[in-house]
Design a protein around this ligand. Sequence first.
Ligand SMILES: [Zn+2]
Length: 722
Amino acid sequence: MDRKVVTLLVLAWIVPASRAWADDVPWYQRSLVGMEVGPTGAQFGADPSDVGYAARFDGREVVRRCAEAGSEYVVIWARDGEYAYYDSKVVAKCPGLGARDVLREAVEEGAKRGLPIIAYCVVQQGGHYLEQHPEFAMRDAAGAIIPGRFCLNSGYLETLKSLATEMIGYGIAGFHIDMLDQGFGRPYGCWCEACRKLFEAEHHAKPPGGASWDEGWDRMLAFRYASSRRFERALYQHVKAVKPSVTVDFNYHGSPPFSFEVGQQPVAHGENGDFLTGETGVWGFSALGVGLNAEFYRAATPGKRFQVAMQRGVRMYHDQTTRPLNDIRWELATLLAHGAFVTMVDKTGYDGGLDPVAYRRIGEAFRDARAGRADLTGEPVRDVAIYFSSRTRDWYGREEPSRMFRSIQGAHRAMVLEHIPWGIALDENATEATLGAFPVVLLSNAAILSDEEVARLTRYVEAGGALLVTGWSGTLGGRGEPRDRSSLESLIGARFVRRLDSEDNHVRLPADAPPPLLTGIEPAWPFLVEGPACVYRPTTARPIGELMAPHRTVRQKQGKEGTGWPMSAGTPVGPAVLLHQVGKGRVLTIAASPDAATGGEHPIVEARRFLVNSVRLLHPSPRVRVEAPAFVESVVTDDPSSRTLRVHLIAYASTPATTPASNRPAVIPGLIEDAPMYRVRVMLSTPPRAARAGHAGQAATVDGGSVVATVGNIHEVLLIQY
Ligand SMILES: [Zn+2]
């Protein structure tokens, strides 16, 4: 046979074969944007006589409109706290639907259009089913039913399995299982008979009498985590046993602002599905939470895809409002740049009708996103790992986890505003290799560190890593008890003397401080660094500057007046900074908490600079350095195969807001309406070969070792060839 003919035949074989392979890739591996649609009107309960509710909720229409908007999959509400939206034999069907079956409508329409249909199925949320089955109720330490909560050890799992089997029979592609929390605060559970028995079998002890924050409560936390994990894994295995191709993802509550109360740990509860799904939105997680959550999910499930849900309403899920297009674009671009695939949540009107304007705007935002798909490749370039200690969350944060989160979130805020590329490192899955990928590891008030963690961090530094330590890191025992010594003393190069009992601490840096520690900070000038602080006595480290405890008035000393508002700087009590060479690496310890200050109520710019200057002292020659306004978030990725760096620039140009009607001064941020125009400079350690902006009409020029551009979009990407 002619060689050319053979080649053509081979090609003819390869092309369809590769297309078939592409179709075999699970939907969540190939999707970028999708939608979740469910009705509004039963989220606070529903009366069975309310037949107007969801009467027009139509699976066919939902799928048709989502497809027209460019959605690559549809998550359709199949079961919420009140009803099933299909012909279920297990739980009550929504009465307004009459003979219709929304799940069947959606699956049939999805099959016609080649769109995967994912069933939304809720676990918690009480509702009619829990009222009819009090044997599944969660109970508090006194044995009283906790309203609206199912116990995950009660046998309720079998109900979920039956529901899952029913829905798999419809031909769905997957499940989004929502609300596996054990509550969002007091009262905690569960002390039902089933839990008591299981606890005693597992721990050979009686459950504690409540949140006693002692050995018994330590066991209870472990028991609660195990209960959530067991439930998730059993449900996952059931689905896979019925039909292996059906995907399962659980809505995740392992990241801030959630803490122990929900019964989830960052890694142990992120890894139980085919991929992890989390929520975001300014309404509950702040503007900065959008990127922080995405990177947290990435860290919890390394190597896996992760999904983030955002909403189209201006305030929250169920309000029937639609955000301006640029506001939607900002959040969507932030999530995509951080590596997520994104589900836009739409809640229908009361009767199930869809808002045409919402679908038009979502469609436009999705078109942008899909057009930019090629620029969502590459590995993130990251200089700093923000280290997250679960034990510190639980036992230092306890029932006030913001004590710990403020430092983590403030550190994150400083990195974003100053354009230092960052990632999250989680104690549960950190290894020397994963830490070693970061030039700097930041222990942000990581008060509780195990011997194993300290040993791992020591090896990281000895091998050439740079450790940045703040606040009370290493100064508390395993259950949050005060320690006389810091577990980090040999790394810090100083003897731990004491924790300050004040938060309004100040720092003063001398004019001869090593550069760039003073950049943007006045020398010999005390500035407030509000947050936890420690007094150290240097042994082998070089001390720099002074930590100053606050003045206290006579009335404050008498206990007649609080110390919540910051007082001016008083006496120096120890060094502000300790710089220590360890093996091939360095440790820079800040005796105060510029991270907590940046996340707190007095977030002065100098505190933020202090933290960021410390990073730059430890890592003076980063590969990429971005100079852009503080309202712009930058995300850098590297694609070595094409020798391309991509710098995503996303502008959070929120409009000013006025005095709120309630909860003054907790202002709700204004929506983003306009795309600002600003200048950006990207400095590179080696001069680039070429650069261009991803969007037409935006210029980018190479200027020696820099790329300079003027940007006028909510989202822009600079492509830099090296
Ligand atoms: Zn129970």
